[in-house]
Design a protein around this ligand. Structure first.
Ligand code: BES
Ligand code: MN
Ligand code: MN
Length: 470
């Protein structure tokens, strides 16, 4: 069934003969520490944008750095686009997560290395490595034919990992500039090693921080303990109450807008044959608790959750110190599913922690970011073309999957651009994204480049939106 690469067109040969250069160039990109959430790396983030902009310029695209309310983004497009061809907009992010805890990295995060068929570096999989495939695929077309079979646009941002809304604002304010027939994003995961996926659902996110403040300084826990409310005790108690004994989330109205997973989808997900023991093992555990009545796959792809991301209070240094802390704080987030309204959820979290705040404690509440869940349409010619592409590039037809993570810009694309979005991830669940020793399968980097080039050809035959209108 899986017929390999088409009649060896030049661009495939070109890709196959440039593997070394591609790796060298990716290494260069991965060497720049573009951590968007840390001000000390501001210049590195800007330098990465410039690096990408130069590369896109060298492919004869009209490329520029564009200002946003956050870090600079890179926008590029075909010079003199052909109105008879569809326009494909590639999105990716060139910023990366912080690297701590640094001591757990086996090799330095910004000194990429190849080991056992994987490229190790921060951003290798999320998202520089995946994003770069969509620069190299179209570049191969340009280098071998002097043109591309479709019109392309790129919007590559440097704020995705820091959770701001800079790109959201940019997309909504620049819908004309970004107008396209289809958006292509590789910032998610394959179904399994060697098995490509088309993702049709991403969860949303509501990320907040709660600070409980008690006494005006840390106190002697003997002199004051029992008489003064301990903010750490209070916060832990509140957090413990977020889940009931069925592991349901107790924020008021949390499930009100959640659409139950339909039977057909339940069966489809079960039919994927995911080995849940293996999934747990990939995280280094043998068992887990979670919302009762749902499989593990449903729980992390299609059900809403609450998790503590970080918690700080009192004395955490060496040895013991008997104190009653003045302050306790926790960074917490909910993953959201379709129809949950992030603003309503944020409000309900605020209400819950306000109600749980006992006498003697005052609450401060910070909203870090929120974004809705998305489900993208898979019944359109672009998805069919993508499925064919993946079959050619990976030798296997794709599975249709959902993912538990969030790509905040997708909802802006679907709302402001009204174009289908293709989520074609080249990552693996074992890539250690956001963790120490992030990595990206070298073979998938090269297959991704091939897939990107083949995709252009497959999409070229689809009639553009604007056809016949002008
Ligand atoms: N690429 C990830 C999202 C992702 C991970 C999608 C795995 C599918 C599978 C993205 O860079 C990310 O980390 N997003 C954040 C969003 C947040 C910072 C607003 C997330 O999901 O936590
Ligand atoms: Mn990403
Ligand atoms: Mn990420």
């Amino acid at each position: 069934m899986s017929n390999p690469i088409p009649e060896n067109p030049d661009y495939i040969e070109y890709i196959e003969s440039h593997k070394d250069e591609y790796e060298k160039d990716l290494f260069e990109l991965l060497s720049i520490p573009s951590i968007s959430s840390q001000t000390i790396h501001e210049a590195d983030v800007a330098r990465t944008a410039q690096w990408i902009c130069d590369r896109l310029t060298s492919m004869n695209l009209d490329a520029q750095i564009v200002e946003t309310t956050g870090h600079p983004a890179v926008f590029a497009q075909t010079k003199n686009p052909n109105p008879d061809l569809p326009t494909i907009l590639f999105y990716g992010h060139y910023d990366v997560q912080p690297v701590d805890p640094l001591n757990l990295w086996k090799t330095p995060p910004f000194e990429p290395v190849i080991n056992d068929g994987f490229i190790y570096a921060r951003g290798a999989s999320d998202d520089k490595g995946q994003m770069f495939t969509h620069i190299l695929g179209p570049e191969a077309w340009y280098k071998t034919t002097g043109s591309m079979p479709v019109n392309v646009k790129y919007i590559l941002e440097g704020d995705e990992e820091s959770g701001g809304d800079a790109m959201d604002t940019f997309v909504r304010n620049n819908a004309d500039l970004l107008a396209c027939d289809c958006v292509v994003i590789s910032d998610s995961q394959m179904f399994a090693p060697g098995r490509p996926a088309i993702c049709y659902g991403l969860r949303g996110l509501a990320y907040v921080e709660v600070i409980y403040k008690g006494p005006n300084k840390d106190l002697h826990s003997g002199t004051f303990g029992g008489a003064i409310t301990n903010p750490a005790n209070a916060l832990c108690k509140a957090i413990a109450g977020v889940h009931d004994d069925k592991y349901n989330v107790t924020f008021p109205g949390f499930y009100a807008d959640v659409e139950n997973i339909q039977l057909a989808e339940q069966e489809r997900l079960a039919g994927l044959g995911i080995d849940e023991t293996e999934f747990l093992a990939s995280a280094g555990v043998t068992d887990s608790v979670g919302e009762s009545g749902y499989t593990i796959t449903e729980r992390h792809w299609a059900r809403p959750t609450f998790d503590v991301n970080g918690i700080i209070s009192g004395y955490t240094g060496e040895g013991s110190k008997t104190v009653l802390p003045a302050v306790a704080s926790a960074k917490m987030s909910c993953r959201l599913v379709p129809y949950q309204d992030p603003e309503k959820i944020v409000e309900s979290i605020r209400q819950y922690f306000q109600d749980a705040c006992p006498p003697g404690i005052t609450m401060e509440f910070i909203v870090h970011s929120y974004t809705p869940a998305v489900i993208v349409d898979v019944n359109n010619p672009f998805v069919k073309a993508a499925a064919k592409t993946l079959e050619k590039a990976f030798g296997r037809s794709p599975e249709f999957t959902r993912d538990g993570g969030s790509i905040p810009i997708v909802s802006a694309f679907t709302e402001a651009l009204n174009s289908p979005v293709l989520l074609l991830g080249w990552g693996q669940i074992t890539d250690n994204i956001h963790s120490p020793n992030e990595r990206f399968c070298l073979a998938d980097f090269h297959r991704g480049i091939k897939a990107s080039a083949i995709l252009l050809k497959q999409l070229a035959g689809i009639e553009p939106k604007s056809a016949g209108k002008e």
